[in-house]
Write a protein that binds this ligand. Structure first.
Ligand code: DGL
Length: 206
């Protein structure tokens, strides 16, 4: 079983890592599309074209399933890609807003790219903070715990200016690299994708 992933850089690695935990015997292929970073300020047709090309590459390389390890591309075109690649298994990354609301009282912060924020409507308890450059900043800081920590502190301080909240939802896979440094509960969709992948491919794990 070969499972492919793509994202605009290192963000989707967090998704692949969760999938590896549940599927240790599967093979993984990661398409790092950082030449197109950031997806979050592109228009829908650009993101669609990028997603189509990346999925074609993954399936041509022999992937049995492909994960759009990116909230932005998922929000724009996951359904369309499933129609176009009929018969192929394609999973998309959604922000884990539901568990964050269920498990916490009060407001939760959703950090999102401009595209993801535009494509979804959230309940009133969700305060959406749009981050235009954060994915690119994480990409640059990746590999340096000190720089990731200082970025996380800056983002957390900004969240605090929006008033009290009980949790942060990372609405972009890049932001999940900041999660260990946020001094609060953090939710992201990677574990959900991993569970869904297991339920879809069942026992056919090798
Ligand atoms: N990591 C992606 C996401 O989850 C894309 C971020 C970007 O390239 O703007 O949205």
């Amino acid at each position: 079983m070969l499972i492919g992933f793509f994202d605009s850089g290192v963000g989707g690695l967090t998704v692949m890592a969760e999938c590896k935990k549940l599927l240790p015997d599967a093979d993984f292929l990661y398409l790092d599309d950082s030449s197109n970073l950031p997806y979050g300020d592109k228009n829908d047709s650009e993101i669609e074209a990028i997603s189509r090309r990346n999925l074609s590459l993954l399936f041509s390389a022999g992937c049995d399933a492909a994960v759009i390890a990116c909230n932005t591309a998922t929000s724009v075109c996951a359904n369309k890609m499933r129609e176009e690649f009929a018969g192929k298994t394609i999973l998309g990354l959604e922000p884990a807003v539901k568990p964050a609301l269920t498990e916490n009282e009060g407001r939760v912060i959703l950090l999102a790219t401009p595209v993801t924020a535009r494509h979804r409507v959230y309940p009133a308890r969700v305060e959406v903070i749009v981050k235009k450059t954060l994915a690119s900043e994480v990409e640059k800081a990746y590999g340096s715990p000190e720089r990731l920590q200082s970025l996380a502190e800056k983002v957390y301080a900004e969240c605090k200016t929006h008033g009290e909240f009980s949790a942060i939802v990372t609405g972009c896979s890049h932001y999940a690299h900041l999660a260990p440094y946020f001094p609060c509960k953090v939710y992201d969709g990677a574990a959900g994708i991993a569970r869904r992948l297991v339920s879809l491919i069942g026992n056919n794990r090798k």
